[in-house]
Design a protein around this ligand. Structure first.
Ligand SMILES: *Cc1c(COP(=O)(O)O)cnc(C)c1O
Length: 411
C-alpha cells in the first residue's frame, strides 16, 4: 500500500504514446477501426474500445481510471459537470413512482435538481437530521436510492457514511454519496459502504477552477435486485460492470453530458497536486476557523471545531483534516455584506475548491431560489458568510479577516 500522494501520481496511470509523461489530449470526436467486425464488437459490449467521444475517449478514460483508484471504486464515468454526474448517478436506476431519501444539508443545485425530478414522477424526501435513524424512518418499499453528502455544502453537516450505508443496505438500496467537499483525500466513502461516489471535479480535484466537470464512481459490489431495479435486468450479466454499462449504453450517452477531452486533461493535471493542496487547504481552514471563533458576536460553523454538532462524526471518519469550507454568522445581512466587501484577499465568487480563498453570501446567491424552510435546512441564514479557504499564507488570511471584522464591529 502506498501513500495518498504516491498513489495519486502513479496508480491508474498508463504508459502514454512516445513516452509522454502526461496523458495526451485526444481532441478527436470519433475513432476509426480496422474492420466492421471490430466496431460491432465495441458497440455490442464484447470488446473495449473507443468509438465516439460522447461515449468515451482516451483522455477522459485516463481521468476516470485515476479517480476510480483514488476513490477505491471499480469503474467511473466522467461527466460535463458535477450536476450531470449527480443526475446520471440517480436517474440510471430510478423510474417513475420511485422515491429517493436524501440528507438535509444538500448543495442548492442538487436540491433544485431534485425538484426537477418531481416532474418525472420521482419523489425526494429529506431527512430531518443526518442521523442514520432519520434515514431509516423515511425509507418505504418505493425507495430506490439513499443520497447524502460527506460534508454538506453549505451546512457542513457530516454524514456517518458507514451507519447510513448499513441502513440503506438493510433495505437492499444503494447509497450514493457526493464527496465533493471532502474529496478522496479526506475519505473514500466506498471503503465505508457507499455504493456510488460522485465528485464535482470542478472543485478541489481540478483545483484551479479552470474547467467544469463531474465524475461518478461505482463500487462494483452492490447487488441490484432485478424486481426492484427492472431497468438493470438486461445488464446484470455484466456483473460488477452492470451499473456502468447500463449508464454508458443508455442515459449517459443519450443525455450527452460528456466531459470534453481538454477539460479531462486539465483535471488530470490538477489531480497531481490534490494531496498537497488539500493538506494546506485543511490546515488553513482549521487555523482560520479557530481564529474567527475568538471574535465576539461571530458564530463559526466548521466540523473541525468542537462546537460543531458533527465534530464527533468528523473525527471518527476523517484522519487528515476537516475540509476547507467554513461558514460564520455575523448578526445581520448588512454586516455580512460589509465584511465581504471589506475583505481584500478573498474573491467574491460562487465556487469552492479554488487555490484562492473565496467568499460568498449564500442566502442572496446560491440559495436564493430556496424557500425559507429549505434555506434553513441547508444551513443558510441571512447573516451567514461562506468561506472556501484557499492555500494562501494563513497569517495573511487572519490579518485580512480580522481587519474586515473590526471595521464592521460597531453595529
Ligand atoms: C459544486 C457542487 C456540485 C455541482 O457541481 P458542478 O460541477 O458545478 O456542476 C455538486 N455538489 C457539491 C457539493 C458541489 O459543491
Amino acid at each position: 500500500m502506498s501513500g495518498f500522494n504516491t498513489s495519486l501520481l502513479h496508480d491508474g496511470v498508463d504508459d502514454y504514446p512516445n513516452g509522454a509523461t502526461l496523458v495526451p489530449i485526444y481532441q478527436s470526436s470519433a475513432f476509426k477501426h480496422e474492420s466492421a467486425e471490430e466496431l460491432e464488437r465495441i458497440f455490442d459490449n464484447k470488446a473495449m474500445g473507443f468509438s465516439y467521444t460522447r461515449i468515451n475517449n482516451p483522455t477522459i478514460e485516463a481521468f476516470e481510471k485515476r479517480i476510480t483508484k483514488l476513490e477505491k471504486g471499480f469503474s467511473s464515468v466522467a461527466c460535463s459537470s458535477g450536476m450531470a454526474a449527480i443526475f446520471n448517478s440517480i436517474a440510471n436506476i430510478v423510474r417513475q413512482g420511485d422515491e429517493v431519501v436524501a440528507s438535509c444539508g444538500l448543495y442548492g443545485g442538487t436540491v433544485e435538481l431534485f425538484e426537477d425530478l418531481e416532474s418525472f414522477g420521482i419523489t425526494v424526501k429529506y431527512v430531518a437530521d443526518n442521523k442514520p435513524e432519520c434515514f431509516e424512518e423515511l425509507i418505504t418499499d418505493k425507495t430506490r436510492v439513499v443520497f447524502a453528502e460527506t460534508i454538506g455544502n453549505p451546512k457542513l453537516d457530516v454524514t456517518d457514511i458507514k451507519a447510513v450505508a448499513d441502513v440503506a443496505h438493510a433495505h437492499g438500496i444503494p447509497l450514493i454519496v457526493d464527496n465533493t467537499v471532502s474529496t478522496p483525500y479526506l475519505i473514500q466513502p466506498i471503503t465505508l459502504g457507499a455504493d456510488v461516489v460522485v465528485n464535482s471535479s470542478s472543485k478541489y480535484i481540478n483545483g484551479s477552477s479552470d474547467a467544469i466537470s463531474g465524475i461518478l464512481t461505482f463500487n462494483g459490489k452492490f447487488k441490484f435486485d432485478k424486481e426492484k431495479y427492472p431497468g438493470l435486468k438486461p445488464y446484470l450479466k455484466f456483473g460488477p460492470m452492470a451499473y456502468i454499462i447500463k449508464l454508458r449504453n443508455g442515459l449517459f450517452r443519450n443525455t450527452g453530458g460528456c466531459l470534453s477531452p481538454q477539460n479531462a486533461f486539465l483535471n488530470n493535471l490538477g489531480l497531481e497536486t490534490l494531496g498537497l493542496r488539500m493538506e494546506r487547504h485543511c490546515s488553513n481552514a482549521y487555523g482560520l476557523a479557530r481564529y474567527l471563533d475568538t471574535f465576539e458576536g461571530i458564530t463559526v460553523n466548521y466540523p473541525g471545531l468542537e462546537s460543531s454538532p458533527y465534530h464527533e462524526v468528523a473525527d471518527k471518519q476523517f484522519t487528515k483534516g476537516y475540509g476547507a469550507i467554513i461558514t460564520f454568522r455575523v448578526g445581520s445581512k448588512e454586516r455580512a455584506f460589509k465584511i465581504i466587501n471589506a475583505l481584500k484577499i478573498p474573491n467574491i465568487v460562487s465556487n469552492i475548491g479554488d487555490t484562492k480563498t473565496l467568499v460568498i453570501h449564500p442566502a442572496s446567491t446560491i440559495a436564493l431560489h430556496l424557500s425559507g424552510k429549505d434555506k434553513e435546512a441547508s444551513g443558510v441564514y441571512d447573516d451567514l458568510i461562506r468561506v472556501s479557504v484557499g492555500i494562501e499564507d494563513i497569517d495573511d488570511l487572519k490579518e485580512d479577516f480580522s481587519a474586515a471584522l473590526e471595521s464592521t464591529d460597531n453595529e
